[in-house]
Design a protein around this ligand. Structure first.
Ligand code: C2E
Ligand code: MG
Ligand code: MG
Length: 565
């Protein structure tokens, strides 16, 4: 009765596991015999279950040769009573490759001796294929089917490790296509994409196990060559690449000619990690671009200086406006004798999260090369107005504020209206705003600038000529533009007590300004001697560290209360 029940139960289980996709098996270790082998096993291996039951080691012959050592190694765990989980490849009886996931569960007797192993094996080929596809999509560029930046970085890391072991070097070529954006814009993205495909296909020819090619940016490719360090080898390769790229490409009715610029960095000479090597190759590529088409450059640490700095500065500047990294300091300008505050100058400041304070001398010229100077200028105007309103609301007796403005900004269509609207919005009297312009910046667009100045002056805004003496400084300019104020550049003030040529110039500037009935301010006054000289020669206003450094609005509020500094 009991055996009958057992038999029934066993049959029940057999029906269940013979209908599973997974294969179930069991080995009696002491008898060295497979005692259970379900249909699932024979379906996966394509071999009759009876064959496995007859030959306990048969399953091992199906394992992919490359995976055999790992599978065999893990078997030792069973002696210790540990379950093993493994994924490996097999070849079925028909020769089809499959991925399987196996689990082996050991049973030990009371003496700790392995007596039985039960196992489950599953076919995970479809799952693996799907994962491979996902992996491929995540690591390849869909236009060219080349590896993408992620893949390149990962593989480069492995290459570096390999070269380190072999005490060998490698070269990273960063290749930028010139004027690709232009082609994209004029002929459309479809043509641009096909152009890239053609170029990629041409370059794919040079790929070997020791060469990796990837698309790392919109118009940028990167190539890594193992065991390469010599300049003339690099030159040969660059020349070969240029030749491939520059061959005519016909797409629809267009004959296109593309050129490229290449930057090269060498491991370990120019960097020992992925990031440094890529950054330096990219830097060298930019330098090559500056020099001209179809040029290549080896990275040199000298490149770190100017180009690199301005490249990052520019990127940082764009971010800075969004991230609120700018603020304004104010520096008083006072009557030379009484030291009463006459007005204040707004000076922009940039507090970069990593670099700390960046000087306007560094970032203003850079902003002037792009549209950023206008956004920056508008930001300053708006914030000065806000500040003036705030001081007024605090019951302080405010003074005019001068704002440095770039000629590019003055020339922006709608500048006059924009200023007027901003002033009106914050309820600021236009006579409380003065714009400081430098002479060299107006010289190129005289007519235009004059028109804008005249319009603004009509509404009550005043103008100062900043850094006077450093530009062309001709008398005619002073007359034509009718500046209200003239600011003598600090370099003259710093040499005013030297009794040389500079002193003579300073004296004559003061004389000239008086004759033209202009208000004169000496910038950068630092010492008592300078102050005495300016008093003697009747310079009415001074600005400089001797009075105050540029300061935060709270400090200025205190100054406004005191009035005399
Ligand atoms: P600037 O308009 O001639 O400004 C005067 C500069 O001299 C300021 O430098 C100021 O901090 C500095 N200074 C003041 N007193 C002394 C002194 O006693 N000794 C010395 N050695 N220096 C003194 P900062 O703030 O670095 O500004 C440099 C330049 O950047 C400015 O020269 C101006 O051309 C430009 N700038 C500053 N803010 C703005 C802005 O909001 N817009 C534009 N477009 N340009 C700005
Ligand atoms: Mg100024
Ligand atoms: Mg100045």
């Amino acid at each position: 009765m009991v055996t009958n029940e057992l038999k029934q139960k066993e049959q029940q289980f057999q029906t269940i596991y013979n209908n599973l996709d997974a294969g179930i098996w069991s080995v009696d270790v002491q008898r060295n015999k497979m005692i259970v082998c379900s249909n699932g096993v024979s379906n996966i291996y394509g071999e009759d279950a009876i064959k496995f039951l007859e030959d306990r080691d048969l399953w091992e012959s199906f394992i992919h040769p490359e995976d055999k050592p790992a599978v065999a190694k893990a078997q030792h765990q069973l002696q210790k009573g540990k379950t093993i989980r493994q994924q490996y490849r097999i070849y079925t009886k028909k020769g089809e490759m499959k991925w399987v996931k196996g689990r082996c569960i050991p049973t030990l007797d009371e003496n700790g001796k392995l007596v039985r192993i039960d196992g489950i094996v599953e076919d995970i080929t479809a799952e693996k294929k799907y994962m491979d596809q996902v992996e491929y999509l995540a690591t390849h560029d869909h236009v060219t089917n080349l590896p993408n930046r992620r893949k390149f970085e990962k593989k480069l890391k492995n290459f570096i490790r390999q070269m380190k072991k072999e005490r060998d070097s490698l070269a990273v070529f960063y290749l930028g296509l010139n004027r690709f954006k232009h082609i994209n814009d004029t002929l459309g993205h479809d043509v641009g994409d096909r152009l890239l495909q053609r170029i990629a296909n041409r370059l794919k020819k040079c790929v070997t196990p020791d060469v990796m090619l990837a698309r790392v940016g919109e118009d940028e490719l990167a190539i890594c060559f193992l065991s390469l360090a010599h300049m003339n080898e690099c030159q040969k390769l660059a020349a070969a690449l240029f030749q491939e790229i520059e061959k005519e490409i016909t797409i629809d009715d267009f004959s296109l000619y593309v050129t490229a610029s290449i930057g090269i960095s060498i491991y370990p000479h120019d960097g020992e990690d992925v990031k440094t090597l890529l950054t330096n190759a990219n830097l060298a590529m930019r330098r090559a671009k500056e020099i001209g088409r179809s040029d290549w450059q080896l990275y040199s640490p000298l490149m770190d200086s100017e180009t690199y700095k301005s490249y990052h500065l520019e990127k940082g500047l764009r971010n800075a406006l969004l991230q609120n990294e700018f603020f304004i300091e104010y520096q008083p300008k006072v009557h030379t004798n009484s030291r009463e505050i006459d007005s204040i100058e707004a000076l922009i400041r940039w507090n970069h999260p990593e670099w700390g304070r960046v000087s306007p001398e560094d970032f203003i010229p850079l902003a002037e090369e792009t549209h950023l100077i206008i956004e920056l200028g508008d930001w300053v105007i708006e914030n000065v107005c806000k500040q003036l309103q705030q001081w007024k609301n605090q019951g302080l007796q405010t003074v005019p504020v001068s704002i440095n403005v770039s000629s590019k900004h003055l020339l922006k269509r709608g500048f006059v209206e924009h200023v007027q609207q901003t002033l009106a919005h914050y309820n600021i009297d236009p006579s409380f705003i003065e714009f400081e312009v430098t002479e060299s910046s107006i010289i190129q667009y005289e007519e235009h600038v004059k028109k804008v100045m005249d319009e603004l002056k009509k509404s009550g805004v005043t103008f100062a000529l900043d850094d006077f003496g450093t530009g062309f400084s001709s008398l005619s300019h002073l007359k034509d533009f009718e500046f209200n104020t003239l600011k003598i550049d600090k370099t003259f003030i710093q040499h005013a007590t030297d009794k040389g040529k500079q002193q003579a110039i300073t004296k004559s500037i003061l004389y000239l300004a008086h004759a033209l009935n202009m208000k004169v301010i000496a910038e950068g006054v630092e010492t008592k001697e300078q102050l005495a000289f300016l008093q003697k020669h009747e310079c009415s206003f001074i600005q400089g560290y001797i009075v105050s450094q540029p300061a935060a609005p709270q400090k200025i509020a205190e100054y406004l209360k005191k009035r005399f500094l």
